[in-house]
Design a protein around this ligand. Sequence first.
Ligand code: CAA
Length: 379
Amino acid sequence: MDFQLSDEQQLLRETARRFSRDEMAPVAGHYDQSGEFPREIIRKAWELGLVSTCIPEENGGLGLPILDQCLIVEELSWGCSGMTTSMMANDLGLMPIVVGGNDDQKKRWLNRAADDFQIVAFALSEPEAGSDVAGMQLHAERQGEEYVLNGTKCWITNGGEADFYTVFATTDRSSRHKGICAFVVDRAAPGLEPGKKEDKMGQRASDTRVIHFDDVRVPVADRLGEEGEGFAIAMQTLDRTRPPIGALATGISQRALDEALDYTGQRKAFGGPINNFQGVQFILADMAKDLEAGRLLTLQSAWMVDQSSNASKYSSFAKCFATDTAMRVTTDAVQLFGGNGYTKEYPVEKLMRDAKLMQIYEGTNQIQRVVIARELMRD
Ligand code: CAA
């Protein structure tokens, strides 16, 4: 077993680290307060090869393994997890095409996102079907060589900014997962309307919206896989995108630890810096060991996903553990800052707000435990 990164991986991480420190961290507070979409920052990251990294080389992309993507994502998230969520949502939106697209679809959609700067979104959740994907209602009716989509998606990251979407819909609601199809839908399709931007507690730089589909016509040529294969395409996508969520959470945790180390070394009480006290040192030590465990589990899970198509349990380990850790570590950071930590003058309250979303999106941490338990019992 070798924990050493290759020269290429170190370079990739260094590039992401520099970009995060120079371009993201200094403006993270502004985007958090304004809720503006950081389009130009995402474009710059794309130009550096830090976004849409899952596009295979034969389609003009970098075709990076999930492990390399995790190295990038952790660094970016240190600078701002809201911006990083928008960047990662590109790979989430592209992954169903990588997983389930035919050569023609890959050429049309993946090459487009490799050649031009494109924002992409993954439209799975619905107002009445979040955790229960098979309960989705968005209806796809086949009419000749087209499907007609009607219904509503919600919590769609990049929802109002995307150039195209991967959309999941059912041809027969009573068939549950067996009726689900996956489609690629252009933003320009008549009848596709993003709703208002959600006013979120954290990760405010990411754009989250409802998307309405009102008689949206999609060519059969843009259906990924066969009818009924959409559920498996969605699950296979999430298997590949959950380890990077672990990396995103680890970036938040690392930032919280760095801020806490800095602050507790400067803040004085009882005649010296507060990091002289064991009570403070123990908190710092727990933050460091837990985040390191999350990092290792994340990288292992990414490696497992890169080796095998059957690694759902590991993806869920990483997503669940690293995001629960980020919640704990950021809460501890606020505690160490005392009253200052609870104000917007200091960066740690943002980290705590940002961390909360990580336990909810890409499958709640309760759903991750469902996936893990089912695999344990099946095995
Ligand atoms: N890969 C391939 N096939 C899979 C699979 C996987 N990982 N998981 C399940 N399947 C197959 C099963 O083998 C089964 O196949 P058969 O038809 O042959 O029996 C079929 O799919 C149905 O599986 P289940 O019976 O397990 O399905 P379920 O209805 O009980 O649901 C679930 C399973 C795990 C709860 C699933 O619904 C789930 O993951 N829910 C969470 C949804 C989620 O993560 N949403 C996130 C949205 S994206 C987001 O948040 C992004 C963002 O904005 C940043």
